[in-house]
Write a protein that binds this ligand. Sequence first.
Ligand SMILES: *Cc1c(COP(=O)(O)O)cnc(C)c1O
Length: 357
Amino acid sequence: MVHAPPPPPPGLPPVRVNLYSDTQTKPTPAMKAAMVAAELGDEQAGTDPTVTALCERMAALLGKEAAVFLPSGTMCNQVAILTHCRPGDEILAHETAHILTSEGGGAAALTGAQITGLSGPQGQFSLEALQAAIRPKSRYAPPQTLVEVEQTANLGGGAVWPLATLNAIAAFAHECGMATHMDGARLTNATVAAGIAPAEMVAGFDSVWLDFTKGLGAPLGAVLCGSSEFIGRAWRWKQRLGGSMRQGGICAAACLYALDHHVDRLAEDHANARVLARGLAQIEGITVEVPQTNLVFFDTTGTGLTAEALAARVRREGVAFSAMGKYRGRACTHLDVTLGQIEDAVSVIRHAVTTQR
Ligand SMILES: *Cc1c(COP(=O)(O)O)cnc(C)c1O
């Protein structure tokens, strides 16, 4: 699985349509102006007014008591796991979850917790799958202390967990004495697509975070929310891991700007993703997973090209997408991709497929 773009081989043209990831957005001039104008203090001491404003705003938006600003989504997940779990604990999550596949074994390395992967379509597991994974409590079994879901499910094709499933899973987890954590890297994509208020969507979750670098266009930053007691304990892990910052407000200002200007427009990215999916589906040999949000996954088996080979061919024409499996490509729409660029990318991909036959 490729997560970081390989360094461009010499002689490649610059990328003109960047569907590689929704993390590739650059701060807009207006966002940069907001960053320059931010009032700053010492984040570590709790006296950066812009970070404080962002945390208060996020806690209110997600209906939680408190929030903490962290440099990345990965650190939100790891701090949350460290705060919820103890060594030897078991976390239940989907088998494709970011915490299981893409965080360097962080739960094992840092907390000493094991993650058991549950299966199910679109990066989601059912209440029944969760129930089936519950072990009888005994001194043989690992203490099962945390259930984690990813909204939207990245490797599940950007699928949105239905609210009823989220609520059923959270209620059951709590009945079993487990805590609930939501990896909300793309939470606002889910709330915009489903038309559900963020606080309502995450009501069943003890901890939840939003990434400001996924489609929201900020250069860095994520905010983890939960009860005051939880966030108080999370702060110690933030400190221990070196996640406490100084004039962090310069980045929090970008996140505040994104909340004001880049959330509602996610609907545009979702519409562009549907146009992209329809265009790709018309190319012989490509089958497309119908997108629910801004991620478009497609299968290249019928073209005779691996996803990586096709990506390399179109990259020579200035179009970038990522290979997430041997024949599974992913194209992301975001702030810096226009409808015109989508049409451009589809024709470049079509040309790359048809000329290699
Ligand atoms: C990107 C991502 C993360 C990690 O976020 P970073 O800000 O890149 O550390 C976690 N979970 C999911 C689902 C993601 O897509």
